[in-house]
Design a protein around this ligand. Sequence first.
Ligand SMILES: [Zn+2]
Ligand SMILES: [Zn+2]
Ligand SMILES: [Zn+2]
Length: 289
Amino acid sequence: MHKKEMIVTFLGTAAANAFPEAFCKCNNCEQARLLGGFSLRKRSSLLVNDDLIIDLNPDIMAASQIHGCSLTNVSHCLQTHPHADHLDLSHLLSRSPDYGTIGAPVLNFYASVQTLQRASETFERDLAGYSLLHPGAESRLNLKIHQIEPLQPFTFENYRVTGFPANHAPEMGALLYSVESNGRAIFYGTDTAALFEETWQAFHQYQMLFDLVILDHTYGPNQSGSDHLSAHQVIEHAQRMRHEGLLKRSARVFATHIAHEGNPAHPELVEFASQNGYEIAYDGLVLEI
Ligand SMILES: [Zn+2]
Ligand SMILES: [Zn+2]
Ligand SMILES: [Zn+2]
C-alpha cells in the first residue's frame, strides 16, 4: 500500500436537475426514489482534502449536512463556470462576517475572466447591489478573487492547478481542472462535450499522469452526447487517456454530472460502467488516492 496523499469527496454527482428531479415522474426518477441511498444525487461539486472545493454550487449546504462533511476549512474554490447548477453566489454572502459566520478563512476564488464577469453582474443585480469586482467587496466578503487563464498552471499551498478549456458555454470561459498535490493528480472534467484536441495536447505538454479522472456523464448508455458527454463518450475518453499514457496503472475513472433523462438509477448504472472500464460516483463517496 502506498501512502494516501489526497482525499476526494463527492459532494454531489447530478446534472442540473438533480436526480431524481423533484418534479419528474420518469422511470429513472421513480426508480431512484424507490431505491434511495446512492441513487439520490445532488448537483455536482467536489471537495479535495478539507480545504479545496470545486464549484460553489446550490447543494453544498445540504451536502455538508447529509455527508457530515464540514466546509469550515475551505479556503480555495476552483469555479468551473457560472451556470446555476455550479455556482450559487448567495454562499459568498452567507459565509461572510456580515451574516454572522465566524471563523471562516479567507476564500480564494479562482475563475476565468468571463466567469468572474458573469458572476459579478449576477451578484450585483440579484444579491448585493455592489459588484464582486468593486474595491471593498473582497474585504467585506472575506474573499480573494483570482482571475486565471486557461493552460496557465498556478500554485497555492501544496497544490498545482491547471485550467483546461471546456467544450461548454464558451462565452462563459468554462474550465476543467487538473489538481496535483503530493505526487497525485486528478482531473475534474465537467461540464464539457468531447474534449478539444487543444486540451489533449495540453495534457501531454504538461506531462499529466492522472491517478483519478472524473468525467461529465450527463447522457446515458442509449443517448448520444451533444453539449455534454454521454456514457459511450466517457468510455472513449477513458480509453484514449489510457492509450495515450495519461493514466497511472492504478488510475480510476469516475462518472459524475449524471442526468435523470438517460441514466438509470445507481445499481444499474454501476453494472453498465463496470462492464465498460469505469466507475460511477455517488454523493458522499470518499476516495483516498
Ligand atoms: Zn452542469
Ligand atoms: Zn426524471
Ligand atoms: Zn454548465
